[in-house]
Design a binder for this molecule. Structure first.
Ligand code: ATP
Length: 243
């Protein structure tokens, strides 16, 4: 569903944030992307979502190049940034209707799904109010609902669990599973390694813009914990780098 091929990104100031990244997320998979601060996760996610340009390599979504066929790629992708910027002047329901119109979601589907996710995330009562008055967590929930009602083939999330209350985190994990069972793919970054280990069937670890480990979670972790593996790899890589 998502194929990242020889992707590199150098920012205009000369910073090479990602260097020759190769990674594939299959349909039905929940793929966790982990790495230290500044490792290159957000750069990769934003490039895959088609909101950050890049020159080197390519990224394909459901066979569509984000560079060559940006509209087709975006049509099947939903991206939730770590700090969603929503239209403050719209009400919650106004925002969801705007997204539903933009992506051509049939009336019945949008009504059913807005009720389902709105009720579950306890946001239904606030949907008539302007987004400007929402808390950070409420904005995050609205952004999640706007993505889930689309039932995207690929859902990309940047640190989705930061700022969500425990019930919302629990619900989100269930909905990610639901989406994947229906044949979609999920690719998300996180610093919460326990969540990544439990939730993801595949894991990739990036350090200083380079992939240092990737594969099935069970194979990456073995008998250890993801935290131990992550710390060990980070250290090894540092030692190698110094040698
Ligand atoms: N707009 C930009 N211009 C120049 N350099 C940038 C820009 N955005 C990010 N960088 C640099 O690119 C590198 C990768 O940043 P990125 O935000 O992708 O990391 P990250 O893994 O998402 O980090 P975090 O976990 O802190 O969110 C960092 O060194 C960062 O300083």
């Amino acid at each position: 569903m998502l194929e990242i091929r020889h992707f590199s990104k150098t920012y205009s100031g000369g910073k090479r944030a990602v260097d020759d990244l190769n990674l594939t997320v299959e349909a039905g998979s929940i793929y966790g992307f982990i790495g230290h601060n500044g490792a290159g996760k957000t750069t990769t996610l934003r490039s895959a979502a088609g909101i950050l340009g890049f020159e080197e390599g390519d990224i394909l979504i459901d066979g569509h190049s984000v560079k060559g066929e940006p509209v087709a790629a975006k049509q099947v992708t939903a991206f939730i940034p770590d700090n969603p910027d929503l239209y403050d002047f719209l009400t919650g329901i106004g925002y969801l209707t705007f997204i539903a119109d933009l992506y051509g979601i049939p009336k019945e589907q949008r009504q059913t799904l807005i009720a389902k996710y709105g009720d579950a995330f306890e946001l239904t009562g606030a949907l008539g109010s302007p987004v400007a008055g929402y808390s950070h967590g409420m904005k995050q929930k609205l952004a999640l609902i706007s993505a889930l009602i689309r039932q995207p083939k690929l859902l990309i999330l940047d640190e989705p669990f930061v700022g969500l209350d425990p019930l919302a985190s629990h619900l989100l994990k269930g909905y990610l599973h639901e989406l994947c069972q229906a044949g979609s793919a999920v690719f998300f970054s996180t610093h919460v390694l326990e969540v990544a280990q439990k939730l993801c069937d595949h894991i990739a670890i990036i350090k200083d813009g380079r992939l240092i480990e990737s594969g099935r979670t069970a194979d990456v972790v073995g008998n250890s914990s993801l935290e131990d593996v992550f710390l060990e790899l980070a250290q090894q890589d540092g030692e190698n780098g110094e040698a």
